[in-house]
Design a binder for this molecule. Sequence first.
Ligand code: C2O
Ligand code: CU
Length: 580
Amino acid sequence: MSTGSLLAADLVIAVLAAAAWLGGGAASAARRRPLARWLAAVALLATLARAVTITALARAGWWFAAEKVLIAAPLSLAAVAVAGPRLLRATGDIRSVAVPLLFAGYADSAALLVTVLHGYPASAGAGLLAVAGIVGATAVSWRLLGAPPSPTVSRTALAVAVAALLTGTGLAAAPGAAPGVPHDHGSGDARPAGEPTRRFTLTAATATVRVGGRDVAAWAFDGQVPGPELTATVGDVLEVKLRNRDIARGVTLHWHGYDVPNSQDGVPGVTQAAVLPGQEFVYRFRADQAGTYWYHTHAVSDLGVRMGLYGVLVVRPGPATGVDVTVPVHTLSGLPLPPARTEPVAAGTPVRLRLVNTDSTTHRYALAGTPFQVAAIDGSDLRGPTSLAGTAVLIPAGGRYDLVFTAPATPVALFVDGRAVYATGPVSTATGGWPVLDPLTYGAAAPVPWSRFDREFTLVLDRGLDLHGLLPRYAHTVNGAADPDIPPQVVRLGDVVRFTIVNRSQTVHPWHLHGHHVLVLSRNGEPATGSPLWLDSFDVRPGDVWEVAFRADNPGMWANHCHNLKHADAGMTLHLMYRS
Ligand code: C2O
Ligand code: CU
């Protein structure tokens, strides 16, 4: 069983255990003896089953089980110890076991709340709040069911609840360790770009665009979605003038996957101010990495990108040869882009399909009718790619794959989630059942260039209640905190840095570090055995543990976030910061 399914199973069993204890308590209060016994038996079984799931999770990694071992397990044990013996001895009035069963239900519910609302890391504050809740609820039940214990027990319970509540609240409300991220706009350029050789102007404005025969309201660069394709050749100096006509919430340009100097990175509030209506900003950088990239606004990025403020950036090593097409996939107002396109290609022509996923969730791509190779991922060429056929690829949010093949005499078609997007002629192949390529085992290996790491960071991705803002929110968290309270990761120029990224939530988090490509070391304890993978976007699935590394060679303040941009906006953003 994968760790992701274990996490889900454990959650289901925990809900079942809590509900069965509570139901058992209610049934015995209502003197429904058979029902009460039956529910209590279910609760007991579920509690035992949790011993199995929690142990398995702890073995998969402490991050997955910390609060379950430290808080849920002791509470469940207490629940069984209190409720179990009473149940066995309850020969008289079944009502006498109502409070012990309810106590067990409160204990399991409180532990469940700790997991769902607080998560990792386990904290004394959360544990104490749970205890306060359980003791308080039990005391109330005693009163309501007219079975109050002796005044001493009652008074002690009250004292425990109040003490736990006060201490727990104090600990939980204590300010986090996060120093604010200094927003020093425009740190000087480490690499002066030189005289521009390619000049572009992009004007952002509200627009109506036509998709699949429908008029759709959009935010567009130069009136089109996607924005114009920007192309350059290695050695060019790009100058892109961004103008904002009427996007009230501001616009910037972030060069996704392009490791530009920090001042050109386009993150509002970090590397520049958002460009407001009537304003402009000029980006300039040297095109020294060939490959497939994209650009998008980073101001209100979730909404902005969804509404259409994105486009493709292609940097070629030299003049384009053969057929070279970009396929930026996007969902605009629920409609899929790009529209399907069919063009015949002469047999023997080399073809490169540059697949770009500009959405916030993974897409599945399948190329039918020809063997092909994955030549590059996230702009970096793979080493020794082998020929594939009948194999699909999954591209994470923000990611890019370059597929290459030599056009056969028969038609070829690219399907995205089953929809033909690009074809050289009619193809009817069912690709839905194809296996999916694992890039970690594809191509020829090369040794990892580092044997030791100067800095190591662990990012545990989860959900949790964030009480630090104006309004409480159920945030997407990193190490239990949400933006802007996640401490920045501080490195020095030249450091070799290792990140361990752990997903203990129930959703995929496509991870994206700005300004650097990371080398994948391992996933779920299995070392990467294929071509070195230098990625800027990778899917960390529920239960996954990824180890990646990079050299800190691009000074500045860099966003490091989930590229499901809803998650990024809902807390899952932190920063990598260079200290001199
Ligand atoms: Cu493609 Cu910070 O984003
Ligand atoms: Cu996410």
